[in-house]
Write a protein that binds this ligand. Structure first.
Ligand code: TXE
Length: 498
């Protein structure tokens, strides 16, 4: 039975007056649920609920807030398999990755809960006697979380965990491709017992609900993950309101393969990095930059290994890659394949839509590899699908120059056994993340995540020790217990008599 969902506002599910959207399984076409395209008024009601909840939530001691996050993590753990199947069913990633999506929520909620007992500030000596200086973090207020479809539970988990522990009520606006995952995510938070209005969910069109959320005068910060062009609009709108904004806008991530690399290790990493989640990760390996001395050997082995990848039902444990997430994704990837051919790039593997039997019900593409020129669009633009571009480099410096020639700066990787190249790459690669002898994917929740250049113009980092930055501001506090007026910079009597 297909369930009709409402919006979650002020602690309960409400009916919406808006039109409805259907969410479908990209492997089978099956309708999984219907969701509202919420109206402006309904968005305003959600923001009002968050605003009304702010006073109580900010005054709830952070360790108590953490207890609710831990309770949510416990429920996620108890429902992990069922939720993982929802992720795979709605988004199309293979079940092992669906489980990973949910595990990331559990890991981050547990990490964030601990932050409730840290949230360290600084205590600093004063230049005056009998005076104390310290810094404290304070929540910014109600916040908007705008999330994409590729990690339909993990990204809401990262953003919500950080906002909630900081003391900010949330209004979550998920991608219209994966509202069911968002609804199930919010059901768990509700079951954990967050006070009414602290957690709100509004589904609907980006230009209405997303835009309206960023522009709403009572929303004090926005955390956004999505495409660059949408991110630019969010950035502009947030700047007009002078509010904090965190942006994570994708990548064109490269693996550098040096001539001393362990080729077996490299090949495993490239396949996982490029074709895991059908290439639809912001950190996906979309470029392989190979030292000229091993180029032919690497290309031969790669073509061999790609031919053995199994594409099919993402619930089948023997399958390596499921469908892409939507007809739009499929169209976009096939357009890039056409473009590659027109640009004169050499198709080494794949490049087709898979047809016949169960393939005809979903959006299944063959894992694709092109040999490309360094200025080609395939080498420069984020495709967000199972397409790997291979480039030949003269030496280390040339490989780094190619890697850095794109507008993105999210993840990067080098395969080498030479410490000198590894350590130079840590400094030379223009990216928020560098892996050594591992692919460009695989972030862990207790480390900062984000990028440079057009990936992360606001230079915020999600997760890890930096997660609170998006949702808090610093207050500096001076406590003078001298009992008299003391003047900084003016009472200048010093030991030296100055
Ligand atoms: O993203 P959008 P889409 C890239 C990837 C992909 C492309 C398009 O290249 O092919 O973006 O994907 C909401 N104001 N990434 O269309 O449109 C929208 O409803 C406020 C990279 O899904 O950026 C959704 O909730 N919000 C990426 C969210 O923004 C708006 C992950 C993202 O949607 C809005 C996903 C507006 N005007 C896609 N318009 C990554 N960084 O990993 C839409 N939205």
């Amino acid at each position: 039975m297909v369930q009709d969902y409402g919006i979650f506002v002020g602690g309960g599910w409400r009916r919406s007056k808006g039109k409805r959207l259907e969410t479908r399984n990209p492997a089978t076409g099956e309708v999984l649920g219907t969701f509202p395209l919420a109206t402006k008024e309904e968005l305003h009601a959600a923001v009002k609920a968050a605003k009304d909840a702010f006073e109580g939530w900010r005054k709830t001691p952070a360790p108590r807030r953490g207890e609710l996050l831990l309770e949510a993590a416990r429920i996620f753990r108890s429902k992990k398999e069922d939720l993982a199947r929802t992720v795979t069913g709605e988004m199309g990633k293979i079940l092992a990755e669906g489980r990973g999506d949910v595990q990331e929520v559990i890991d981050f909620l547990e990490y964030a809960a601990g932050e409730g007992r840290r949230m360290f500030g600084a205590t600093v000596p004063s230049e005056l006697p009998n005076k104390m200086c310290l810094t404290v973090r304070l929540p910014v207020g109600p916040v908007g979380l705008i999330t994409p479809w590729n990690f339909p539970m993990a990204i809401p988990g990262w953003k919500s965990g950080a906002a909630l522990i900081a003391g900010c009520p949330i209004v979550l606006k998920p991608s219209s491709l994966t509202p069911l995952c968002a609804a199930r995510f919010v059901e768990v938070l509700d079951e954990a017992g967050f006070p009414p209005g602290v957690v709100n969910l509004v589904t609907g069109a980006g230009p209405v609900v997303g835009d309206g959320l960023v522009a709403h005068p009572d929303i004090r910060a926005v955390s956004f993950t999505g495409g660059v062009e949408t991110g630019r609009r969010v950035y502009e709108s947030a700047a007009r309101k002078m509010i904090k904004v965190g942006l994570e806008l994708g990548g064109k991530n490269a693996i550098l393969a040096m001539d001393d690399a362990d080729l077996g290790l490299l090949m495993d990493g490239v396949l996982f990095g490029a074709f895991g989640t059908a290439g639809q990760r912001c950190t996906a390996t979309s470029r392989l930059i190979v030292h000229r001395r091993i180029y032919d050997q690497v290309v031969d082995e790669l073509v061999d290994r790609v031919a053995k990848l199994k594409v099919g039902d993402p619930l089948d444990a023997a399958v390596d890659m499921g469908p892409v997430a939507s007809p739009e994704q499929e169209r976009k990837v096939l357009e890039y394949v056409d473009l590659g051919r027109k640009e004169g790039s050499k198709l080494l593997a794949g490049g087709t839509k898979l047809r016949g039997g169960p393939y005809d019900r979903g959006f299944f593409l063959a894992p694709t590899v092109f040999a490309v020129g360094r200025t080609s669009r395939l080498a420069q633009e984020e495709i967000f699908g199972p397409v790997l571009s291979v480039l030949r480099a003269k030496d280390y410096d040339d490989a780094v120059a190619i890697a850095n020639s794109v507008r993105y700066g999210l993840s990067s990787s080098i395969y080498t056994n030479d410490l000198r190249w590894a350590f130079r790459a840590m400094q030379d690669l223009e990216a928020g993340i560098t892996y050594v002898n591992a692919p460009t994917i695989g972030a862990e929740v207790h480390l900062p995540f984000g990028g440079t250049k057009e990936t992360g113009p606001t230079d915020t980092r999600e997760a890890g020790t930096t997660a609170l930055e998006e949702f808090t501001h610093w207050k500096t506090v001076y406590v003078d217990y001298s009992g008299r007026l003391q003047k900084a910079q003016i009472d200048t009597a010093r030991l030296t008599g100055g």
